[in-house]
Each structure stands twice: as C-alpha cells, then as structure tokens.
Design a protein around this ligand. Structure first.
Ligand SMILES: NC(=O)c1ccc[n+]([C@@H]2O[C@H](COP(=O)([O-])OP(=O)(O)OC[C@H]3O[C@@H](n4cnc5c(N)ncnc54)[C@H](O)[C@@H]3O)[C@@H](O)[C@H]2O)c1
Length: 254
C-alpha cells in the first residue's frame, strides 16, 4: 500500500488489544505513531510508538496529551478513536445507571473529545482521516448488551455526521466495525455474558459464529489491514462508511 510512510498517526487506547496492533502496523508501514492509554503499566510496556497515559474521558488530561502529540508529530494525518469498553451484560432492567453512563462515557464522550481535536488539527491543514471504532453491535440490535449497542450505533451517527461536516475541508471520516476479535477482551466478554445468561462460555463462543457467513472470528490484524487500506492512497475517495470487518454478520441474535 502506498502513501503511509511519514504519516502522523494518533491512536487512543493504543497500549494493548486492537489499538496496540494499529500502533504496530502503522509503524511498520513507515508512519510516525503516538498513542494514549489509561493503563500506565501497559503504556510503559509498549515499546512501539510514543505512549502517553490518559483516560479518553478526561478532558484536561486529553488536552495535555494533544499538546504533546502536536509537539512530537507537528500535526496529525490519521486519528484512530479506538478506545471503548464492553460495558455490562444483562437485561435492561438489571443495568445500573452507573454502568450505562460509564459505557457511553468511554465509547462516545471519549470519541467526541478525540475527534473534536482531530477536526481542529485537520481543518487547519485541509486533509486527514478520522477512524472511529464502532462494532457489528453498531449495525444490529444486540440483546443483553444495550449500553454497548447504543454507544456503537452512536459512533456510526457521529461518523456520518462528521463526514458531512468535514468533507469540504478534505477530511475523511469512517467507522471500523469489528466482529468478534480473538484476544483478552472477548475472553472477558464471553465470561460475563455466560454468567448473565446462565449458559456455558463455549455455548456463547459458538453462538458468535452461527450468524456469521464466513463462520469465523477475526483478528486485530484483520482490523489493522482495513485501517491501513483506508489511510493509504487506495482509500482516498472513501468517507462516511461503516466498514464491517467481521466475516459478514447476518444476525447477532443467533
Ligand atoms: N475485541 C473485540 O472483539 C471488539 C469487537 C468490536 C469492537 N471492538 C472495539 O474495538 C476497540 C478496541 O477494543 P479492544 O478489544 O482492543 O479493547 P481492550 O478491552 O482489549 O482494551 C484495549 C485498551 O483500551 C484501554 N482503555 C480502556 N478504557 C480506556 C480509557 N477510558 N481511556 C484510554 N484507554 C482506555 C485499556 O487500558 C486497554 O489497553 C473498542 O472500541 C471496542 O469496543 C472490539
């Protein structure tokens, strides 16, 4: 893929998981990459990219990070608003206000703060790509995960809206919609959901591919492949899209 060398990239929640893979893959492609993460130990352990410790929901802490990233990179070409938490699993009657608000706060408010800064930077230079991380849960109803599904549908609304608001300044905005990604996070999600629904973890795991055409989970590298494609010259006319990387989900209700 061409056009990635020398790009200035910022990734939220970049110390582990999908974010760490984005940091690694953009770096391998020749980009200069900075990231933030709330987990100080994980930031210290990450040897690729320039890491900063910050919670994406903390406006003051993120303002500090943005200032440092501007100084380090001299601007930004690609921003991956990747931070998100799975939130609680359970019937709507059992979801606490605290859990509801925490899920919307990280997934939506954190993304708002990050994209607001990205827009300011990119409008000044009249170019850029903003990638927001939604989920297949942003494309379908998702029983027992109402706060997460609500937040991830919100991400797609923000993507469509910002693509329209920023397009005339040469800024592209797309959403990445991963399916079930192998790794620690999904191990935790599966355990929680099994407990909430009173069935085994294996039954939950199997149920995740029943409604998937390719009968597969995906990897963080599958997500990074799409991010790099969108940031490359080949993606230059793609904006306002919610791109599912999921083996084609037919239904989440299987
Ligand atoms: N893993 C999946 O199967 C999957 C599927 C669809 C969508 N997603 C989305 O992809 C994104 C990344 O998911 P993941 O699986 O890598 O997550 P993860 O749970 O593995 O967490 C990755 C990192 O996020 C950091 N983080 C959490 N809250 C933060 C905050 N408030 N501020 C800064 N950093 C924070 C953690 O410290 C961790 O290092 C999320 O938006 C998630 O909703 C994941």
């Amino acid at each position: 893929m061409t056009g990635l060398a020398g790009q200035r990239v910022f990734v939220t929640a970049g110390a582990t998981g999908i974010g760490a893979t984005l940091v690694r893959r953009f770096t391998e492609a020749g980009a200069r990459v900075a990231f933030c993460d709330v987990d100080a130990d994980a930031v210290a352990a990450q040897t690729i990219g320039t890491g900063h410790v910050a919670d994406v929901t903390d406006e003051a802490a993120m303002a500090e990070v943005f200032k440092k990233v501007e100084a380090e990179l001299g601007g930004v070409d690609v921003v991956c608003a990747n931070a998100g938490i799975g939130g609680p699993a359970g019937k709507i009657e059992d979801i606490s206000l605290e859990d509801w608000q925490a899920t919307l706060n990280v997934n939506l408010t954190g993304t708002f703060l990050t994209t607001r800064w990205a827009a300011t930077q990119m409008r000044a230079q009249k170019s850029g790509l903003i990638l927001l991380t939604s989920s297949t849960a942003g494309l379908f109803g998702y029983p027992f995960r109402s706060p997460y599904a609500t937040a991830k549908w919100g991400i797609i609304g923000l993507t469509k809206t910002l693509a329209m608001e920023l397009g005339s300044d040469g800024i592209r905005v797309n959403a990445l919609c991963p399916g079930s990604v192998t790794g620690d996070r999904m191990d935790r999600v599966v355990a929680n959901e099994a407990k909430a629904r009173g069935i085994s973890e294996q039954e939950i795991r199997d149920s995740y591919v029943v409604g998937v055409s390719l009968k597969t989970w995906v990897t963080a590298d599958d997500i990074a492949d799409t991010a790099l494609f969108l940031a490359s010259d080949a993606g230059r006319k793609i904006s306002g899209q919610a791109m599912a990387i999921d083996g084609h989900t037919e239904t989440l209700n299987a």
